[in-house]
Design a protein around this ligand. Structure first.
Ligand code: AMP
Length: 398
């Protein structure tokens, strides 16, 4: 697959799918600009070549073009960060967009209004993709966060650029880093899967068993496994309909020689609140009315031991409700262990919205090898799926 480095953008207009789906506060200010920062290398390469950039993105999930989802809210922050005043088109297709693109000079950047103000975007509509394709000479996909979606701007549009489509530098490095875990990994390989949603991650567990030596399961996820094995979990998070699958995964792991590490103790609370009363308990003996919200000290030590002997580490999902101070210790401990292993030479890949937030909150971003911008996309790639946004960029002869 070609990247922006294979093209000279001199005199060209690049239509770039970026992921500027950034969080905003009540005053409509950007509270975390990581995704804008991540798009910089691609944008700079194009501008330095003497080209211009037409940026397209979605923001949130608007239903009726609600103004709070307008990308105009990010212009100020993005202009500051890129050091270029960004122009804006109030529609992403049609006359307004076409006129704005025609008026765009060398070295300039135009941001199009939220793609999802048109339902055709998520529907993958071909006419809508054609209208977007009209706005550039070269199509660049630099949005890993949406690469697992076959949307108009992430996949369908590529059809209109058979010889003039390429990956942005962010997307290229995301692919390269996930591949390091999938194919070129040094053993032992450890996957740490935490968070709350068993159903969205359990299929990944199944498919990565062939590639790993250790599987650490933490967070709310763990209680479905603990209950399935006969444990008492009180009112901890659980997905009862996934218990059978959980047992199957444990069985398969055994067959494949993968060591599974579940929490042995937990910080339990009598309500889902940072002001709740808390106690320590065996994670399979949680009394009625109490819930496990973090890993306990024995678990933290166990997890650390596994992590320190690993050479490749994949982390998706916190092991506790780290957003609340009383339940953050397990995730901090885990993050520090990954940082230590990385310092000792391991390769560590962190992905998934919440683990990335945790890594940032605890200042570990620079202490892990790679922080991915895509949670769902990263998991689907690890499952071995070919992402539509990446497939669309492959040349026919590959
Ligand atoms: P996910 O989106 O599946 O990665 O879930 C992330 C969320 O899981 C975070 O917001 C955590 O607060 C939450 N979480 C982690 N551990 C637990 C737990 N033991 N019980 C409930 N929620 C949890």
């Amino acid at each position: 697959m070609k990247t922006v480095n294979d093209f000279n953008f001199n005199g060209k207009k690049a239509i770039i799918r970026v992921d500027f789906n950034v969080p905003l506060n009540d005053d409509m200010e950007v509270t975390d600009a990581t995704r804008i920062e991540a798009a910089k290398p691609t944008i700079y390469k194009i501008l330095e070549d003497g080209g211009s950039c037409v940026l397209m993105s979605h923001l949130g999930r608007p239903k009726n073009n609600e103004p709070e989802f307008s990308l105009k809210h990010i212009i100020k922050k993005a202009s500051e960060m890129l050091g270029v005043h960004i122009k804006f088109s109030e529609d992403c297709i049609g006359t307004k967009a076409e006129e704005a693109v025609s008026a765009l000079g060398v070295g300039e950047i135009l941001l199009l209004e939220n793609l999802r103000y048109h339902q055709e975007e998520t529907a993958g509509n071909r006419d809508f993709a054609a209208a977007l394709a009209n706005l550039g000479d070269i199509y660049v996909n630099d949005a890993f966060g949406t690469a697992h979606r076959a949307h108009a701007s992430t996949a369908i549009i590529a059809e209109f650029f058979p010889d003039t489509k390429c990956l942005g530098l962010l997307l290229a490095s995301e692919i390269e880093n996930v591949k390091k875990v999938l194919t070129d990994s040094e053993r032992p390989v450890t996957a740490i899967i935490g968070g709350a949603k068993v159903s969205s991650k359990i299929t990944v567990l199944e498919s990565i068993l062939d590639k790993i030596d250790h599987l650490i399961i933490g967070g709310g996820m763990a209680f479905t496994f603990i209950k399935a094995q006969g444990g008492e979990i009180g009112s901890s998070l659980v997905e009862d309909d996934k218990q059978e699958l959980a047992l199957e995964i444990l069985e398969k792991a055994k067959e494949k020689g993968v060591e599974v590490h579940l929490p042995v103790d937990a910080v339990i609370a009598n309500s889902f609140s940072e002001f709740a009363s808390t106690e320590m308990a065996n994670s399979a003996e949680i009394p009625e009315g109490w819930m496990g919200l973090d890993t306990g000290d024995f678990t933290n030590d166990n997890f650390k031991e596994v992590i320190l002997k690993s050479k490749t580490i994949l982390w998706n999902g916190p092991v506790g409700v780290f957003e609340m101070e009383p339940f953050a210790k397990g995730t901090i401990h885990l993050g520090n262990a990954i940082a230590e292993a990385t310092k000792n030479g391991a390769f560590s890949l962190v992905g998934g919205g919440d683990s990335v937030a945790a890594v940032k909150q605890f200042n570990l971003s620079k202490k892990v090898s790679y922080v991915s911008t895509g949670g769902g996309a990263m998991l689907e790639m690890l499952e071995g799926k070919v992402l539509p946004g990446i497939k669309a960029m492959q040349d026919l002869n590959i």
